[in-house]
Design a binder for this molecule. Structure first.
Ligand SMILES: *Cc1c(COP(=O)(O)O)cnc(C)c1O
Length: 356
C-alpha cells in the first residue's frame, strides 16, 4: 500500500520522475557515469540546462526579453537579492504582507531601501488576501506572494498594477497558467511544486537589471547569472535535472492548464468535505482558499489524537498544520493524485461516523 504524501515542502514528486532520477543517479543514459559525477560543463549537462530553460519558456509562455535563471540559496535568498538588485537606498518598494514569507521578505528589503507595506492581513492571522488596496504610483516595485504555504491562502487572480510587480511563487508556480508579462521578476524555490530542494527558479525581465547604484557581489548580481546562463559557478546540477523531469511530466500531462484542472478537482473534493463534515472547519476566507495547501481544524481538539491515528493508519503523511495555524494542512501539489485526496476524505468521513 502506498503512502499519501501531503507534506508542504520538500514535497511530493511524480513517481515516474523519482524512478528516472534514481536510475540517472546510478548511470546517466549510456555515459557509464552517474549524473552526479559529470561536469556541469559537459555536453549532456549543458543539454539538460538548455532543455530545462526552454521547457520553462514553453510551459509558462515566457517572451524572450525574460531570462530564466537557476540559482541557489532558496527563495529566502531572493528576499534580499530582489531589493539589492532593484531598489536604490532612496527609493521605496511596496509589499503586500500575507504571512510569514512576505514578512521575511519585508524585513530583508528594509536593509536596502524604503519599504511601504501597502496592505496586510496580519489583523486576522493572515487568513485572507487583502484586496482593493491603493498602489502608489511612485513605488519602485510591488512585491506580492501568490500562495501562502503556511496559511493556505492564494491570490486567485492578479489585479492590474500601476507599477512593476515582483512575485514569490514558491508554492504554486506551474500549478496554473498566469500572464508573466504582468511581472518583472518571478521567483520560486523548487521544493514545493517543481523538484528537490537546492535550486531556486528566477525569471527576470532583463531590462530592469543594472539600474541600481550600489556595488553588488558577483554571485548576488542577477546579471552575472544572466550573462553566464546560470553557470557562472557550479549550478545545483541534480536539482535542475530532477526539475527537468518534472517539467517533462507536466508537458506530457498536457501543461499547466491541465495541472490547474487537476488541482481544482482535488481542492473541490477536499474543501467540499471540510465544509460538509461537522467535525472540521476551514481556516481561511472561502474566496481566498489555496488550491495547494488546504488548512483545516477540528472543532473538538480533544479528538485530535484519534484523527491523527486514523490518518496514520491510512498512510496519510505530512498533514500536521504549521505551528502558526495549528490543526491540519494537506498540501495538494501538482504531483499529488486525486486518489490520495480521496483517501484523506474517507478518513474524515469514517472519523465522523466513529466520533461525531
Ligand atoms: C517555502 C517558501 C519560501 C522559502 O523557501 P526556501 O527555499 O526554503 O528559502 C518562500 N516563500 C514561499 C511562498 C514558500 O512557500
Amino acid at each position: 500500500m502506498s503512502v499519501h504524501n501531503f507534506f508542504a515542502g520538500p514535497a511530493i514528486l511524480p513517481q515516474e520522475v523519482l524512478k528516472e532520477a534514481s536510475e540517472s543517479a546510478w548511470r546517466y543514459q549510456d555515459h557509464g557515469l552517474s549524473i552526479l559525477e559529470m561536469s556541469h560543463r559537459s555536453k549532456p549537462l549543458t543539454a539538460i540546462f538548455e532543455e530545462t530553460e526552454a521547457l520553462i519558456h514553453e510551459l509558462l509562455n515566457i517572451p524572450d526579453d525574460y531570462k530564466v535563471l537557476f540559482l541557489t540559496g532558496g527563495a529566502s535568498s531572493q528576499f534580499y537579492m530582489v531589493p539589492m538588485n532593484l531598489l536604490n537606498e532612496n527609493e521605496t518598494a511596496g509589499y503586500v504582507d500575507t504571512g510569514t514569507w512576505s514578512t521575511k521578505a519585508i524585513k530583508e528589503a528594509k536593509l536596502f531601501g524604503n519599504v511601504k507595506v501597502i496592505a496586510s492581513s496580519e489583523d486576522k492571522n493572515f487568513n485572507y488576501i487583502p484586496k482593493n488596496y491603493e498602489v502608489p504610483t511612485d513605488l519602485k516595485y510591488l512585491h506580492i506572494t501568490s500562495n501562502n504555504t503556511i496559511y493556505g491562502t492564494q491570490m486567485q487572480s492578479f489585479a492590474d498594477c500601476p507599477v512593476r510587480m515582483v512575485i514569490d511563487m514558491s508554492s504554486d508556480i506551474f500549478s496554473r497558467p498566469f500572464d508573466i508579462t504582468s511581472f518583472d521578476l518571478v521567483y520560486a524555490g523548487a521544493q514545493k511544486n517543481l523538484g528537490p530542494a537546492g535550486v531556486t527558479l528566477v525569471i527576470v525581465k532583463k531590462d530592469i537589471l543594472e539600474k541600481v547604484e550600489r556595488k553588488i557581489p558577483s554571485m548576488l548580481n542577477y546579471m552575472t547569472h544572466v550573462k553566464k546562463d546560470s553557470t557562472f559557478n557550479t549550478p545545483p546540477v541534480y536539482p535542475i535535472y530532477v526539475s527537468l523531469l518534472t517539467l517533462r511530466w507536466i508537458k506530457k500531462m498536457g501543461g499547466v492548464k491541465v495541472m490547474q484542472e487537476r488541482n481544482q478537482a482535488k481542492a473541490d473534493l477536499l474543501y467540499g468535505e471540510i465544509d460538509r463534515n461537522p467535525m472540521f472547519y476551514g481556516t481561511t476566507a472561502v474566496e481566498d482558499r489555496s488550491k495547494m495547501n488546504v488548512c483545516f481544524l477540528l472543532h473538538d481538539e480533544s479528538k485530535a489524537e484519534a484523527f491523527e491515528a486514523a490518518a496514520k493508519d491510512a498512510k496519510c503523511v505530512g498533514i500536521k498544520g504549521h505551528r502558526s495555524v495549528g490543526g491540519y494542512r494537506a498540501s495538494t501539489y501538482n504531483a499529488l493524485p486525486i486518489e490520495s485526496v480521496q483517501v484523506l476524505v474517507d478518513v474524515m468521513q469514517n472519523f465522523e461516523k466513529q466520533h461525531g
